[in-house]
Design a protein around this ligand. Structure first.
Ligand SMILES: Nc1nc2c(c(=O)[nH]1)N[C@H]1C(S)=C(S)[C@@H](COP(=O)(O)OP(=O)(O)OC[C@H]3O[C@@H](n4cnc5c(=O)[nH]c(N)nc54)[C@H](O)[C@@H]3O)O[C@H]1N2
Ligand SMILES: Nc1nc2c(c(=O)[nH]1)N[C@H]1C(S)=C(S)[C@@H](COP(=O)(O)OP(=O)(O)OC[C@H]3O[C@@H](n4cnc5c(=O)[nH]c(N)nc54)[C@H](O)[C@@H]3O)O[C@H]1N2
Ligand code: SF4
Ligand SMILES: [Mo]
Length: 737
């Protein structure tokens, strides 16, 4: 029968009555999409659209961006500071003045009794760079605790550590434009179509213009793996072996770039000696990839005119995270693929401002990629801030993952959490719950009062979220983007920078320091401190960022001659790539090839716990769902905690599609719904980590020795059957936080 087109009703899209569009930057992932929020006549955000002229996303957005205007009035937002004496009491509303006075008092009394480091601060990758800078100034210059870190230890720490070990500094050297030039892409442990949909779209655009091989390395058959030319289902936690073996083939077959090696690297002898042991036949037995495939991939990579690698959590979240990153860098260095169009080693970052915290928060040192261990750096920052240089600790203190054991050991008595929810996001929830409930004083500063961690807080500070405030985010390709304020903070919530500055003023030590009111003024301080550094942003202003839809650092001021007088002016267009001259950040300018032996130290499947437990994300949800869990369309598409289970394994266990099962690990148990799919092998299950009281009840989280990042993705579990009615009830309770 012929379809009668005339009778078809056209789809009507409701007129949102937008009277004004305001420019800003997406607050979810690190892609850094520019977007416009539509306001109606009452100034209420009612629509979101991608900004057409923005280089990153060129008018496109993913599902999270499209509904982002719904965030401002989502359920569970904090409206008023809340306080209580003990966590068994009910919270009571309090004023900002009394909340900040009591917080300052508690910090002082804990530090007086137990020492400066007994009060710890853990922040995030989700506030503005100016806010990170201000928090760093407060912690390093006023509070003086050295137990200060961010949730980026759960996320980017291995990339930071690997970059520092290989290149002498943090800073991803490539950009999205590299897709338009490369002749080969290796993607390790990254599910780009779901986790960075617009970077994936940029890759697809590049491939439509010019075909080049895409090789995906992931134990799961992800959406990205399905799209790849070659998929390498590596044995979990063994990427380092595969990488060493790829390097073995390249050296063995003389495919390296010997001129680049000679001029720009150190460490060849030790590196090549170690690599000799990783012949493809031996490597294959550990990493599970056929020797011939390893040879083929090595040849494709080394013979390409330019070749690049990208990676995300499949590499970073491992006991060999830092080594995995350094091994990816090794591969790029031996083939001369750094700093040239299409030739790079690009860590795909995670949170919207995972980069901002690395650059400016002072968590791992001092602002602007400076180090506590470097005398000149200490002096520069101390003089600039007006603090005594001796007040800075001699070296970095504990990371987030070591702060929790220090709470257990009674060394840390007070904790301030800023925009992070460890109760759901850290491994071994039972242990985290015990730590949090044992604290003398816990402050939770979050945009949502219903964040799980708040159950253990003595003081809750309601923060303004995302575009309720103004400042910068730096994305994966070092592009500084501007988040313009779109609307006022929700009720009596306050921007994080306001909270930091107003807390600082309650300490005598801040009297000699400046804590400016506006983020533009904070940015000016950062510009000054960035001059001459790798991450120079002195040529950037907030206004330029809006006009140009983001600028990639380094972007320095330029000198202009005017009638014989030299003036500084803004003008540098920014830098798509680092290390284009082959000069790295070590004293002799050379990068380091590192010999990276593999030792298998993961929790492996065994008779009692026969399945690998892998975890990650889905496109609709962001992290612990404090944001996306409140947005109708996100929940509609991804409503429930589930587990990917191989149909053959399910048959053996007698598990049917959509049945609930109980998972048990050495740490605890969790109930999830089984989704039968060949995306996972017979000996693996995969669970998105977004749901509370779910996968992180099971995870162990062994730490990488360099970065202290947890190996979330390599744990072992067994599967048990469970009464379906009881499971359904548990499941509803789990979702209704
Ligand atoms: N929709 C959405 N997007 C997000 C986020 C979100 O929560 N939701 N979060 C953002 C953040 S903070 C981050 S860090 C990124 C994370 O982005 P991704 O790292 O891309 O996401 P994940 O799902 O955590 O993990 C990626 C893949 O690693 C694989 N993997 C597991 N073990 C191994 C291994 O041993 N080797 C290899 N090669 N691969 C392995 C998993 O099977 C998985 O497919 O996403 C960002 N974007
Ligand atoms: N099993 C498993 N666990 C994982 C991972 C995994 O792959 N598997 N991935 C890890 C990774 S990569 C990451 S990055 C972490 C993320 O872990 P978390 O950082 O703990 O997770 P989020 O839910 O993003 O928590 C951020 C909090 O900040 C709040 N917030 C948002 N914006 C603002 C703001 O502007 N100001 C303030 N004050 N608060 C704000 C949110 O409401 C939320 O409560 O999870 C880690 N956990
Ligand atoms: S890809 Fe990332 S930055 Fe872009 S709209 Fe989606 S969540 Fe936002
Ligand atoms: Mo992350």
């Amino acid at each position: 029968m012929l379809f009668n087109r005339k009778k078809r009703n056209p789809i009507k899209i409701a007129d949102k009555k937008v009277v004004q569009w305001k420019y800003t930057t997406c607050g979810y992932c690190s892609t850094g999409c520019s977007l416009d929020i539509g306001l109606n006549a009452e100034g209420k955000p009612v629509a979101t659209r991608g900004t057409a002229g923005a280089d990153v996303n060129r008018g496109k957005l993913c599902i999270k961006g499209i509904y982002e205007h719904e965030l401002f009035e989502s359920a569970g937002r904090g409206a008023q500071p809340l306080a209580r004496k003990s966590i068994s009491d009910e919270f009571e509303s309090t004023s900002w003045d009394s909340a900040l006075n009591s917080m300052a008092g508690e910090i002082q009394s804990i530090q007086k009794q137990y020492g400066r480091d007994s009060f710890a601060v853990v922040s995030t990758g989700q506030i503005m760079t100016e806010e990170f800078y201000t928090l760093g100034k407060l912690v390093r210059g006023v509070l003086g605790t050295n137990n200060y870190d961010g949730n980026t230890t759960l996320c980017m720490a291995s990339a930071v550590s690997g970059y520092k070990r290989s290149f002498g500094s943090d800073g991803p050297p490539g950009c999205y434009d590299d897709f338009d030039h490369t002749e080969c892409l290796l993607a390790f442990g990254s599910n780009l179509p779901e986790q960075h949909p617009i970077i994936f779209w940029r890759l697809k655009e590049a491939l439509e213009k010019r075909k080049f091989p895409v090789i995906v390395i992931d134990p799961r058959v992800t959406m990205f793996a399905q799209f790849a030319d070659i998929h390498l289902p590596v044995t979990p936690g063994t990427d380092l072996v595969l990488l060493n073996s790829l390097a073995h083939v390249i050296l063995d077959e003389g495919l390296e770039d010997s001129t680049y090696l000679k001029n720009n690297t150190n460490g060849y002898d030790e590196f090549s000696k170690l690599i000799e042991q990783y012949d493809p036949e031996s490597a294959s037995k550990i990493c599970g990839i056929k020797a011939e495939t390893i040879r083929e991939v090595a040849r494709i990579f080394a013979n390409a005119g330019s070749a690049m690698s990208i990676w995300t959590m499949g590499i970073n979240q491992s006991t060999h995270g830092s080594d995995g990153v350094a091994a990816i860098n090794n591969l790029s260095l031996i083939t001369g693929n750094i700093g040239k169009p299409g030739g790079t080693s690009l860590s795909i970052t995670g949170q919207c401002n995972a980069m901002g915290t690395r650059e400016w928060s002072s968590c791992s040192g001092l602002p602007g990629y400076r180090q506590l261990e470097n005398q000149d750096h200490r002096k520069e920052v101390a003089d600039f801030w007006g603090v005594n240089e001796e007040f800075f600790p001699a070296q970095r203190g504990l990371t987030m993952t070591d702060i929790f054991p220090a709470i257990e050991a009674g060394k840390v008595k007070g904790l301030w959490l800023v925009a992070t929810n460890p109760m759901t996001s850290m491994p071994d929830s039972a242990r985290i719950r015990k730590c949090l409930s044992s604290l003398d004083f816990l402050v939770v500063q979050d945009a949502y009062r219903d964040v799980e961690t708040n159950q253990y807080a003595h003081l809750y500070l309601p923060a303004a979220v995302w575009a309720e405030k103004e400042g910068c985010f730096t994305n994966t390709e070092r592009r500084v983007n501007l988040v313009r304020q779109v609307c006022k903070p929700h009720l009596n919530s306050r921007p994080d920078h306001w909270i930091f500055s107003n807390l600082a003023k309650r300490f005598k030590a801040s009297e000699s320091m400046s804590f400016p009111e506006s983020t533009a003024d904070m940015f000016d301080e950062m510009r000054e401190l960035s001059k001459g550094r790798l991450l120079d942003i002195s040529g950037i202003t907030h206004d330029r960022l809006e006009q140009e839809k983001g600028i990639q650092w380094p972007c320095s001021e330029v000198d202009v001659e005017d009638g014989g007088v030299t003036n500084s002016a803004l003008g540098n267009a920014g830098s798509p790539r680092l290390y284009t001259d082959g000069k790295f950040q070590f004293a002799d300018g050379k990068a380091k090839l590192l010999a990276l032996p593999f030792e298998n130290d993961n929790e492996l499947p065994c008779e009692e716990f026969p399945f690998w437990l892998n975890s990650g994300r889905v496109v609709e949800h962001f992290h612990t769902r404090t944001k996306t869990g409140k947005i109708g369309n996100m929940n509609k598409f991804s409503p429930t905690p589930y587990m990917e289970l191989n149909p053959d394994a399910a048959e053996k266990l007698g598990v049917k599609q959509s049945q609930y099962v109980r998972l048990v690990s050495r740490r605890g148990d969790a109930v999830v719904m089984a989704q039968l799919t060949h995306r996972v092998a017979e000996d693996m299950v995969f669970i998105p980590f977004h749901f509370h009281d779910c996968v992180n009840r099971l995870t162990l989280g062994l730490l990488d020795p360099y970065s202290r990042q947890p190996a979330y993705k390599q744990n072992s579990v067994r599967i048990e059957s469970i009464d379906q009615k009881l499971a359904a009830k548990l499941n509803v309770e789990m979702r209704s936080f």
